[in-house]
Design a protein around this ligand. Sequence first.
Ligand code: PLP
Length: 222
Amino acid sequence: MSIAENIKQLKETLPQGTSLVAVSKFHPSTAIAEAYAAGQRVFAESRPQELLKKVQELPESDYPGLEWHFIGHLQTNKLKMVLPYVSLVQSVDSIRLLDEIQSWAAKNYRIVDVLLELHVAMEDSKQGFYEEEIVELLFRAQTYKNIRFRGLMAMASNTDDSSIVEADFERADSLMAYLVDLFPELEDFNQLSTGMSHDWPLAVKHGSTMVRIGTAIFGERE
Ligand SMILES: *Cc1c(COP(=O)(O)O)cnc(C)c1O
């Protein structure tokens, strides 16, 4: 199927409250332009250099409304390459990174929207905070004057065992509910970014408001 058909089908299948983020990493700008022509507006990249190249190839003047999210591990020395161009950093995985985003944002008179990455997968390699770290952090949310906390992002374990994947998504969903309850003053904290090409139906079943889909739109990455 074509990129346009894949997008159309996904949009028809996703429930109302779940938005589609097209993960375009490793795919050329021509593929992004095709998705844009099919009505897709939000794209996500995981490497600063690649993001910059695509921002230049797909200028706002030719692609009005096109938005970028960052979903990769972000090194603090690469912040300047990323923050000016993205509407959401989905992958904040350390206090140090958050502190650096805050100081960049203050210096540049910006408010930066972020999701906190929750570690739920069984693999140690996956980045992210533990539940208690997120709770502690959000008690200090007001000290981050230039950061808008929008919600959580999580990646499920990489396994064929769907009961494990579901349990991972469920953990993220219950933490989300707990935090919304505990921090009513965080009015914009309402996004749960879970689900990729192979597991998004399970994520949607467990409260996902935002799925991040690459392969099922653009095909295999090179
Ligand atoms: C690559 C990536 C995706 C998309 O993966 P697909 O399996 O191609 O849908 C989603 N989220 C993150 C964080 C990624 O790095």
